[in-house]
Write a protein of this length. Structure first.
Length: 213
């Protein structure tokens, strides 16, 4: 949620400082767009909270190219609020039926986590299709996650001594798992000092059979 809030705050500052009507108009448009996105995020946050102990997050499926969504994210989001961390996109086009809003939040959550814990090193988002499934990964080269924590980090309100100094509620990765499972898929993490940390989202290309109509 900090990303759209940052854009809204920056846009408001531009409007206050600018004497150019076109600059003010663009800033106002950015404020409106990100205010709407923030409202969607709040709705999805409430869905994530409701998912705790429930079966599925409500999804609105549509057909789109996951790379188009990621390009939109990089253009609209990752130039703001990344604290100077480089975010690269790798992989080819993959078309499928997913919930665009939820998948977008999933990537934002994973990138934000990588920024927090990635020691300012570059982040790579990769996509590929394998046997009718989308493989979407977010990789960073920060300090590894202890193997004993690999399952625990996806739990509801998961916080411990290692992460207590980093702002957060402990629901981001829980939301990521909820979205993946609601799409009929899963999320996993691989982390070591040698290879860095990779979160992998594995969902069907066509999620319609797994989502109640």
């Amino acid at each position: 949620m900090r990303t759209p809030l940052s854009v809204i705050a920056n846009g408001a500052q531009l409007i206050r400082m600018s004497l150019q009507e076109e600059v003010a108009r663009r800033a106002a448009a950015a404020i409106g767009t990100n205010a709407s996105r923030l409202g969607e995020m709040i709705s999805e946050l409430l869905n994530a909270l409701a998912y705790h102990g429930s079966a599925q997050i409500p999804l609105s499926l549509s057909r789109f190219d996951i790379v188009d969504m990621l390009n939109d994210l990089q253009r609209e989001n990752f130039r703001y609020g990344t604290d100077g961390v480089q975010v690269d996109l790798n992989g080819g086009s993959v078309w499928g039926y997913w919930c665009r809003g939820c998948m977008r939040r999933v990537v934002e959550n994973l990138v934000n986590n990588a920024i927090k814990y990635g020691d300012q090193r570059p982040i790579t988002i990769a996509t590929r299709e394998s046997r009718g499934r989308l493989m979407l990964s977010v990789h960073n080269e920060g300090n590894p996650i202890p193997e004993s924590r690999h399952n625990h980090i996806f739990e509801y309100l998961s916080r411990d001594v290692q992460t207590a100094s980093v702002p957060g509620w402990g629901i981001g990765l829980h939301f990521v798992r909820a979205v993946a499972e609601s799409h009929g898929g899963s999320v996993s993490v691989d982390s070591s000092a040698e290879t860095g940390t990779t979160f992998l989202i594995d969902v069907p290309v066509d999620c319609r059979p797994f989502v109640p109509s």
